[in-house]
Design a protein around this ligand. Structure first.
Ligand code: SAM
Ligand code: 2KA
Ligand code: SF4
Ligand code: MG
Length: 261
């Protein structure tokens, strides 16, 4: 069903066939183990919305960002499918960037009412009011920018938009203020640490909420087991050096780059 998956931040994505229906463009919905962050290993249902306001060159969910695909699903249908996985009591809403969609608020609140623990995986550029149990924020560093040399699709057309949008200090501070938070940085190179330290300092200055170092996570960049194996040693050393937490990408270790994992 045609929907506008290239929505601007804050712009609502609608089902053109039924514009009043509350629903979302869903790229995939699956049951797995949370692979990243402080809840790694916890059985969880994943709802992956389509469409993103950024274009990281390394995006491991290419069909939600660079070339978005999806089926339109009503909120009730999403909740029904989530509840069909009867062993899970955790849900992870991810994307693409889930918070570009206003209807994500309805979904988060509906899942909360069903008793689920709801994590939202977000790039931290948009704040919304919802019953989020864990804001899993992955602010995007300069090293994520799709320069012409690193653009997976074109010739750097998204470079400027990505660069202008990737950090919104106000949105980051409000998310940290309102929700239990983890800050999960994708590390591509040791030189990323200066920017991480600086950004964490700026967020701390901007909010009264405490951000202990154990809630600052370093995650190795890599879509495949081989890429993770090449990067993780350096990132583990950096975590120890700076006192931050290391997070694996457990799903990549277990299932490499298989879809729906
Ligand atoms: C696909 S994103 C979707 C949520 C949101 N757009 C974001 O970036 O946080 C889910 C998670 O995967 C991470 N990620 C994406 N590509 C990656 C890669 N090549 N290596 C490591 N982490 C990656 C993101 O940083 C984020 O934490
Ligand atoms: N198993 C598994 N864990 C994840 N944690 C965050 C993910 C994401 O894409 O947001 C993800 C994912 O794609 N798979
Ligand atoms: S912000 Fe997230 S979904 Fe968007 S391009 Fe970057 S990693 Fe992919
Ligand atoms: Mg993923």
């Amino acid at each position: 069903m045609p929907v506008n998956a290239e929505a601007e931040p804050g712009e609502e994505v609608r089902n053109e066939a039924d514009p009043d229906a509350a629903g979302l463009p869903v790229n995939e919905l699956f049951y797995s183990l949370q692979g990243e962050g402080t809840l790694a290993g916890v059985p969880s249902v994943f709802v992956r919305t389509s469409g993103c306001n950024l274009r990281c060159w390394f995006c491991d969910s290419y069909h939600t960002s660079w070339e978005p695909t999806h089926a339109w699903m009503g909120i009730e249908a999403i909740v029904d499918e989530v509840t069909s996985y009867d062993r899970a009591d955790h849900v992870v809403i991810t994307g693409g960037e889930p918070l570009i969609h206003e209807a994500v608020v309805t979904l988060v609140d509906a899942l909360g009412n069903e008793g689920y623990h709801v994590t939202v995986e977000t790039n931290g550029t948009i704040h919304r009011d919802a019953a989020i149990d864990l804001a899993s924020i992955s602010p995007k560093l300069a090293s994520s920018t799709p320069t012409p040399e690193r653009d997976p699709k074109g010739d750097g057309e998204w470079r400027e938009r990505h660069e202008a949008r990737r950090i919104d200090l106000d949105a980051l501070a409000r998310l940290v203020e309102d929700y239990p938070t983890q800050l999960k940085f994708v590390v591509t190179d040791p030189s990323d640490l200066d920017e991480i330290n600086d950004l964490v300092d700026r967020i701390r200055e901007e909010t009264s909420a405490r951000i202990p170092d154990r809630d600052v996570l370093l995650m190795p960049e890599g879509r495949t087991e081989a890429e993770i194996a090449a990067n993780r040693g350096v990132v583990a050393d950096l975590a120890m050096e700076h006192g931050y937490r290391y997070t694996p990408r457990l799903h990549v270790n277990l299932w490499n780059d298989e879809a729906g994992r």
